[in-house]
Design a protein around this ligand. Structure first.
Ligand code: NDP
Ligand code: GDR
Length: 370
């Protein structure tokens, strides 16, 4: 039975990857951080009571800033594959916490590679590094491929650039099977609530159900190549199953604006939007509403721009060329933007329908201070 170790197992990708690897018969080990409240919601359905026999999912407390912890866990687990998904992954937050981001996202990767080397596991353990389309930053070329030069535009991207190159360097210096998956944005119903897609689908579901008035957004012109996380974790696994370690771009090859994503999300509740104004003054209004389950009046303002969400330096346009992964890995996404939006909207409508039902029935959120 193969053993995999996943850093960032409690995140969006960690959860889907765990599901995939368990299905493939792996013993999966994950590193989770100690938090004051439970942080394992996304993998609770996969959790196995450690008192039961044949437990295939095991969690270890740890942190990418703690070398000795990383070394000990890798020594204990002796993994065949490590998926380094742990990161402070929010681009805007990285402007607020640049040093911490460099430590976790940059040096954290070095800690993993160095632990594998120190423990004499260079021939046994294959390493996947969660690299990102944010490396491309300021547009140098479109579409962006493995050969496109990098121009990172945030502390997050700069930290990930270190991680990218240290992975390449350890591969070349110590003949390690260490690879970068340069993944473009990928989303799902498990996406963190402050990333743009999930913020939109949650907001639109709540607006439709009469639980929120308006969405306050940042740059509506930003263009992203959005895929589904379920498809992208399959690529991570494929990258570690090849004869030779190489780096791969994983993307859909389609790009859309944030405004397009908002439009498509509102369309899921039967609302057609019209946008008026420009930049910080742009607003979105209900043009027509056709679904009687979601009552919205034409003319209502439901989207406004709040410059608070603008970034000091923005990545304007991402669109990936994943020809290499299609031909070499045989990877192909099953979802397109429409099915992604559908999946996310259905999940958030369900989530807030339940919340509304409880509220309407007189249940309040439990608050021990009341
Ligand atoms: P999430 O933000 O959903 O998950 C990040 C994970 O990292 C969480 O499990 C988090 O733990 C953990 N983590 C954060 N800080 C530390 C730390 N100091 N030590 C150990 N673990 C830590 O990210 P995604 O699942 O979306 O992304 C996975 C990886 O892929 C990340 O590295 C991200 O940068 C990268 N990536 C993501 C893309 C995307 O579009 N989703 C695209 C390209 C790359 P906790 O739950 O406790 O916060
Ligand atoms: P990104 O994702 O920065 O691409 O990083 P995010 O969803 O945060 O932003 C995408 C684009 O939308 C614009 N935007 C807003 N973003 C947020 N979060 N909130 C808003 O209100 C808003 N309004 C407009 C942003 O300016 C940006 O242009 C994600 C992360 O998962 C990274 O970890 C990963 O490496 C990259 O994707 C690929």
């Amino acid at each position: 039975m193969k053993k995999a170790l996943i850093t960032g197992i409690t995140g969006q990708d960690g959860a889907y990857l765990t599901e995939l690897l368990l299905q493939k018969g792996y013993e999966v080990h994950g590193i989770k951080r100690r938090t004051s409240l439970f942080n394992t919601d996304r993998i609770d359905h996969l959790y196995q009571d450690p008192h039961e026999p044949n437990v295939h999912l095991k969690l270890h407390y740890g942190d990418l800033t703690d070398s000795t912890n990383i070394i000990r866990i890798i020594q204990e687990v002796q993994p065949d594959e490590i998926y380094n998904l742990g990161a402070m992954s929010h681009v805007q937050v990285s402007f607020e916490t640049p040093e911490y981001t460099a430590d976790v996202d940059g040096v954290g990767t070095l800690r993993i590679l160095e632990a594998v080397r120190l423990l004499g596991l260079t021939e046994k353990t294959r390493i996947y590094q969660a690299s990102t389309s944010e490396l491309y930053g300021l547009v140098q070329e479109i579409p962006q491929s493995e050969k496109t030069p990098f121009y990172p535009r945030s502390p997050y991207a700069v930290a990930k650039m270190y991680a990218y190159w240290i992975t390449v360097n350890y591969r070349e210096a110590y003949k390690m099977y260490a690879c970068n998956g340069i993944l473009f944005n990928h989303e799902s119903p498990l996406r963190g609530e402050t990333f743009v897609t999930r913020k939109i689908t949650r907001g639109v579901a709540k607006i439709g159900l009469g639980m929120q008035d308006k969405l306050f957004m940042g740059n509506l012109d930003a263009k992203r190549d959005w895929g589904h996380a379920k498809d992208y974790v399959k690529a991570m696994w494929l990258i570690l199953q090849q004869d030779q370690p190489e780096d791969y771009v994983i993307a859909t090859g389609e790009t859309n604006t944030v405004r397009d994503f908002i439009r498509l999300s509102f369309a899921e509740i039967g609302v057609e939007l019209e946008f008026k104004g420009e930049g910080a003054d742009e607003k979105g209004y209900v043009k027509s509403a056709s679904n009687p389950d979601f009552r919205l009046t034409p003319g209502t303002e439901v989207v406004a721009v709040d410059p608070r969400y603008f970034r000091p330096t923005e990545v304007d346009l991402l669109i990936g060329d994943s020809t290499k992964s299609k031909t070499q890995l045989g990877w192909k996404p099953e979802h397109d933007l429409y099915s992604l939006v559908k999946d996310m909207m259905a999940a958030d409508i369900e989530l807030f329908r339940r919340e509304k039902l409880l509220k309407d029935a007189g249940y309040k959120v439990l608050n021990q201070f009341e």
